[in-house]
Design a protein around this ligand. Structure first.
Ligand code: FDA
Ligand code: NAD
Length: 428
């Protein structure tokens, strides 16, 4: 269209990465009117991890504005007022429907053309739908997904509409595990259904998974593993009343929560930018195949130096750190080296809490007491320590496993590593 605005920097997407990039832009001295953030969400960037944790608590639940970015890293809490005061144009509730990287323009759903000198793509990802696995019923009023605040509000409403009711959680990944715990805390009876042999199959070994599954069982969660959903039964209002599984069994339900993975939002750039691993391929400066376009967060596939390969990570720490790095790369290119990121994942459920650093490849060495509250594991690949996991650690212990993993020490003797256990990381 003819209507339009022009900015030096535009961030496409208003999630975690956008919020952290905004703060970094201000720290690096961006001028009023130079930066614009376009987001289809109706609210300013917030800490998405809160949605499956504090947001779902039965009492004193977290609500905006309490978890706007960047509180998750103990930095400033960026409210809409903050963006205004710093001269950042926050265009909310506005989707971008097409992008033209040659002309350096974005076209919004409101018909506006926004042009940029430099674009940072921070579009994150969308939840995969059951329909993509051949099951229909995603639109039913008591079937919940969880990606944004609208989903989270709906989940709370559905949960509150069936006190003491029965929920089926589809998927044994992060969303499944964290939502199952939150449902239990809300006194909903939970059955988890997933195709793998154990929960968190992408990261956990069966031994680690067993610890969490046993804990969940002690809190009343029922597991149905090695099968998937095949269909729903509906009542006359279109509410799901039962789920039928591929193994033939049927469960009656009051609500369903689905967490079966995500797809990065790359659609606007297909055919315009190089893609890899489902994301926008970027170099160590987080710059895409078009030199005016950068990508960060869940949508970016970037070189992980320690692994010597390109990865796409779907975690908040990488969103925050890639956001800070991209702003340095853009504003202070001469002072900025390549992004050197050690993958970090964590979760908190019930009173449990774990952290993982690095890569989960190679041989696994366990340490600590799995019948107690603190235990962990190391991954050793080709003679080097490449990954570390710890449940129930202290701040210092988590820092120690992070540091040890970053150092990538040679490991000659697995038995000795096992004997030393956590002490190895603390003293290396
Ligand atoms: P993010 O998804 O945050 O933001 C993308 C933004 O782009 C959204 O605002 C979206 O609406 C917008 N957008 C997309 N397409 C658009 C378009 N065409 N036009 C306009 N706007 C568009 N990680 C972790 O390490 N620990 C944790 O505990 C959790 N917990 C957790 C809970 C829940 C419920 C979820 C859904 C996710 C987590 N995560 C997590 C993952 C973490 O939240 C995730 O990695 C980051 O939010 C990624 O940040 P991004 O900014 O890349 O995407
Ligand atoms: P996920 O990739 O963690 O798990 C997907 C799960 O879907 C698998 O574990 C599997 O059990 C299940 N699945 C796969 N195919 C299936 C099928 N055909 N039928 C039924 N189930 C099937 O994804 P998620 O749990 O949906 O999480 C979404 C995103 O949110 C991820 O990017 C995740 O990293 C992020 N997240 C992270 C955290 C955290 O880091 N603590 C917390 C919540 C969400």
């Amino acid at each position: 269209g003819r209507m339009g605005r022009a900015f030096v920097y535009v961030i496409l997407g208003g999630g975690v990465a956008a919020g952290y990039a905004a703060l970094e832009f201000i720290k690096k001295g961006v001028s009023h009117g130079e930066l614009c953030i376009v987001s289809d969400e109706p609210v300013a960037p917030y800490e998405r991890p809160a949605l499956s944790k504090g947001f779902l608590l039965p009492e004193a639940a977290a609500r905006l504005p309490s978890f706007h970015t960047c509180v998750g890293a103990n930095e400033e809490r960026l409210t809409p007022k903050w963006y205004k005061e710093h001269g950042i144009e926050l265009v909310l509730g506005t989707g971008v429907k097409s992008a033209d990287v040659k002309r350096k323009t974005l076209l919004t759903t409101t018909g506006e053309t926004i042009s940029y000198k430099i674009l940072i793509v921070a579009t994150g990802a969308r939840a995969l739908k059951l329909e993509e696995f051949g099951v229909s019923g995603s639109d039913a009023q008591n079937v919940c997904y969880l990606r944004d605040i609208a989903d989270a509000n709906r989940l709370v409403d559905v949960m509150q509409s069936c006190p003491g009711g029965n929920a089926v959680v589809i998927g044994g990944g992060y969303i499944g595990m964290e939502c199952a715990a939150s449902l239990v805390i809300n006194k909903i009876n939970v059955t988890m259904v997933f195709p793998e042999e154990h929960c968190m199959a992408r990261l956990f070994t069966s031994k680690i998974a067993n610890y969490y599954e046993e804990y969940y069982k002690s809190r009343g969660v029922n597991f149905i593993k090695g099968t998937v959903l095949s269909s729903f039964d509906f009542d006359s209002n279109g509410k799901v009343t039962a789920v039928t599984l591929r193994d033939g069994s049927t469960l009656s339900v009051d609500m369903v929560v689905v967490g079966i993975g995500i797809r990065p939002n790359t659609g606007l750039f297909e055919g315009q930018l190089t893609l890899e691993k489902g994301g926008i391929k970027v170099n160590g400066m987080l710059q895409s195949s078009n030199s005016s376009v950068y990508a960060i967060g869940d949508v970016a596939a970037f070189p992980v130096k320690a692994f010597g390969e390109t990865r796409r990570l779907e975690h908040v720490d990488s969103a925050r750190k890639s956001a800070r790095h991209v702003v340095s790369a853009i504003m202070e290119p001469d002072k900025t080296g390549e992004f050197d990121y050690l993958p970090f994942f964590y979760s908190r459920v019930f009173t449990l809490s774990w952290q993982f650093y690095g890569d989960n490849v190679g041989e696994v060495v366990y340490y600590g007491d799995m019948s107690g509250s603190a235990f962990g594991a190391y991954w050793v690949s080709k003679g080097y320590l490449v990954g570390a996991f710890l449940e129930g650690g202290t701040k210092e212990e988590y820092e120690a496993i992070a540091k040890a993993t970053r150092l990538r020490p040679a490991i000659e003797d697995l038995t000795e590593l096992e004997r030393q256990g956590l002490r190895y990381a603390v003293t290396v």
